[in-house]
Design a protein. Structure first.
Lengths: 210, 437
């Protein structure tokens, strides 16, 4: 077996572990109770959830993101990079069949994401409040993702880096459900609950219609 | 069982899906910092809402996270101890008013107030909750268990007040009935005539079929995040409304009472009530829309601004109603910036205004609200919440704002057509200012 195949199998095993671990987390969360709402709704819960995942994520929707558009957009770009990087990993065996333009686009997405990740790690270290909030887990998570994105970006342009990308990808996939990155699962829970809240109580209505 | 064990047992009981989401979703990005009025007043790392959440997360990770159990320093996991429980309790009761502003500003929608309510419940179970809140809650429960003595006295007081109502409205048929079966509306006031007489004038003017509750709307069990206590306090009103067969319960201008009875209590009881629960603000808005009140906005000539109570607006969804009422009763209205769901908490929420030991901290945290008020140039601040009015009254003195503080109902009474009402309302309004301001 060549090195590429071994690292691909390693990444595949890590992917299966990540899927199983996230499924277990999802199941464990759903085993916890969720009280049914008995108060008559004033607005539409569904509309609230829709808002929470769409316009509610816009940079202008919240005072915090209006105040710190650069930090927010850096975070968004970082996460777009992560999606590009994970897509690249999943599409890895098919790269040869991908149009060159798409590969360059994915590489650019990964590279930009890596830069944004690095900037995030530096900001976390430099800013007093962020530094006080941070755990070693926070730094490890952002640096691991940054490393992976950088390797994915390079590998998309030069196949010699593919084994390194798969090893970093495998490490990332194993770490995802265990460490800080697992917030990617709970984001959907949290945002949904927020959407249900503002929709049901019609807080959204005033925000949108004023 | 030790205090720590009691606290952890309560934590485990409360660990439902929304709480798991709030514990797990935070990415510690820090974007919530300026959303908190404590941070806006004193920008210190411990005032970042995410930092408050982390205080509980440390204990959660130590119990529930594999990685944290193996490498606690990697995630700052820390077993709950007497010291950390004391720190958590102090923080939850004195440095968070449960205003939800951080949640609305969080890109992930993390419900930090839910975490703080959980800590409050843990503190209560461990005997570490503020004694005054516990006493107030228990006194309300006691009154509900045996209201007979209190009822006689209250009915007498209301009979006296009825005379005043008749004089003020010029209506000899005006009544303040207490617990009258068959009434359409049950009005639940706060303690004090100032939350009874103005609504009584309004109900009379609107020809409402109403009666007065024997109990107060306030619910200190909510501040303790103690659902059994909160439920028992709410049960007094719920059972009263059911026994009287009313169609609607109208709550005084009180933020937490509204959030509790309108939105939370049906879940505590596991039922949808057979009556509607509305705030007096919503009722006023309805009367105006239906043309049941003849109002003259030209009588309220001073520049007026409106403070959105967090419980009424962000938590309760009562946002445009008070504005429609204000436009109908006042000729000069100016918004604070920011407002509505983005409004700053006044600093008195979450039971803080009832806790003298935290007065200094509360007034410091009210600085963003004081600055907002000052920037409007308004001479009158209207708030649809008693706790907010008390806090803004104190901010008024502390920061030298030179404003008058008013309930919305007082302005409505002043604007009601009819010389008898207007003349007396002006006297009443002046009295309210001297008390609150």
């Amino acid at each position: 077996m060549d090195l590429l195949l071994i690292t691909q199998l390693l990444a595949l095993a890590a992917l299966l572990f990540a899927i199983a671990a996230f499924a277990r987390r999802w199941q464990a969360a759903h085993q916890r109770p969720l009280a049914s709402e008995r108060a008559p709704a004033k607005g539409s819960p569904a509309r609230g959830v829709w808002y929470a995942f769409t316009l509610g994520m816009a940079p202008w929707a919240k005072e915090s993101t209006r105040r710190h558009p650069i930090a927010y957009l850096r975070g968004i770009a970082f996460h777009v990079g992560i999606f590009a990087g994970l897509s690249a990993l999943l599409l890895g065996p098919l790269w040869a069949a991908l149009p060159p333009a798409l590969r360059v686009l994915l590489a650019a997405g990964c590279g930009f994401g890596a830069l944004m990740g690095l900037a995030g790690a530096l900001a976390r270290r430099a800013e007093r409040d962020l530094r006080a909030l941070s755990t070693p887990d926070d730094y490890f998570a952002v640096l691991l993702v940054t490393l992976y994105l950088a390797l994915a970006g390079v590998a998309l342009l030069d196949a010699a880096w593919l084994p390194a990308m798969y090893v970093a990808g495998a490490l990332l996939l194993v770490y995802m459900p265990l460490g800080k990155i697992r917030h990617c699962l709970y984001f959907f829970f949290s945002r949904r609950f927020f959407g249900l809240f503002i929709g049901r109580r019609d807080v959204l209505h005033s925000e949108v219609t004023r | 069982m030790t205090a720590v064990e009691s606290a952890l047992q309560t934590f485990e009981k409360q660990l439902n899906r929304p709480l798991i989401a709030a514990l797990e979703a935070c990415a510690r990005c820090g974007l919530c910092a300026e959303a908190c009025h404590y941070y806006a007043a004193e920008p210190r790392p411990e005032h970042v809402p995410a930092a408050r959440g982390e205080a509980l997360r440390r204990a959660y990770r130590a119990e529930h996270d594999w990685l944290s159990r193996v490498f606690p320093q990697f995630t700052h996991a820390e077993k709950l101890s007497e010291e950390s429980l004391a720190r958590l309790s102090e923080m939850a009761f004195s440095q968070c008013t449960l205003c939800r502003r951080c949640t609305f500003n969080c890109p992930l929608g993390v419900d930090t107030p839910l975490l703080m309510r959980t800590v409050r419940a843990m503190a209560g179970a461990a005997g570490a909750a503020p004694e005054l809140l516990v006493m107030l809650a228990d006194a309300a429960i006691e009154k509900g268990r045996d209201p007979s003595f209190y009822r006689e006295m209250f009915v007498e007081q209301m009979a006296e007040l009825e005379g005043e109502l008749r004089a003020r409205t010029g209506d000899p048929a005006a009544r303040i009935s207490v617990q009258r079966p068959g009434a359409k509306v049950l009005y639940v006031a706060l303690s004090g005539v100032h939350t009874i007489l103005p609504p009584a004038i309004i109900f009379t003017a609107a020809r409402e079929d109403w009666t007065l509750s024997l109990f107060e709307a306030s619910n200190y069990g909510v501040f303790l995040a103690d659902v059994p206590r909160a439920k028992e306090i709410a049960a007094r009103i719920v059972n009263e409304a059911k026994a009287l067969g009313v169609e609607e319960v109208v709550l005084a201008e009180c933020g937490h009472a509204y959030a509790a009875l309108r939105w939370e209590a049906p879940n505590w009881f596991g039922e949808t009530f057979p009556f509607k629960v509305v705030s007096l603000i919503e009722k006023l808005d309805q009367y105006i829309a239906e043309g049941r009140l003849q109002l003259d906005p030209s009588v309220n000539t001073e520049l007026i601004t409106y403070h959105d109570s967090c419980n009424m607006a962000r938590t309760g969804g009562v946002i445009e109603e008070p504005r429609r009422v204000l436009r109908a009763v006042a000729s000069h209205f100016v918004e604070m910036t920011p407002n509505r769901a983005e409004a700053y908490c006044c600093g008195g929420g979450g039971g803080l205004v009832a806790l003298p030991e935290y007065a200094e901290r509360r007034l410091a945290a009210g600085r963003p609200k004081a600055e907002q008020i000052r920037r409007t140039g308004a001479r009158v601040v209207v708030a649809a919440c008693e706790n907010c009015r008390l806090q803004i009254g104190e901010l008024n003195e502390h920061y030298g704002l030179d404003v008058q503080i008013s309930a919305l109902a007082d302005l409505v009474v002043k604007a009601i057509h009819g010389p008898a009402v207007r003349h007396e309302a002006e006297k009443l309004f002046a009295g309210v200012h001297s008390v609150a301001g």
